[in-house]
Design a protein around this ligand. Structure first.
Ligand SMILES: [Zn+2]
Length: 78
């Protein structure tokens, strides 16, 4: 697999997973590291707003002291 194949795959991933409908259904099931990794790919592909939406939906399931706890309650904005 060439670098351009990887870039194409990352862009496709970001386009598909950039849908906030998916984030609201799935993000709460992710571990903090998984949510951060997904958000990193979205940001790298220029989808910063989608990355923030994923982390906010994910944060709803975080417990106090977890990585994204300080974002808890932000998902109502989307
Ligand atoms: Zn988290």
């Amino acid at each position: 697999m060439s670098d351009s194949d990887i870039v194409d795959a990352a862009r496709k991933f970001a386009r598909v997973f950039g849908e906030t409908d998916t984030a609201s259904d799935v993000a709460s099931a992710l571990a903090c590291l998984e949510a951060d990794a997904l958000a990193d790919v979205l940001r790298a592909c220029g989808r910063d707003a989608s990355a923030e939406a994923w982390l906010d939906f994910h944060a709803e399931a975080d417990d106090e002291g977890d990585t994204h706890w300080d974002r808890h309650g932000n998902s109502e904005e989307y």
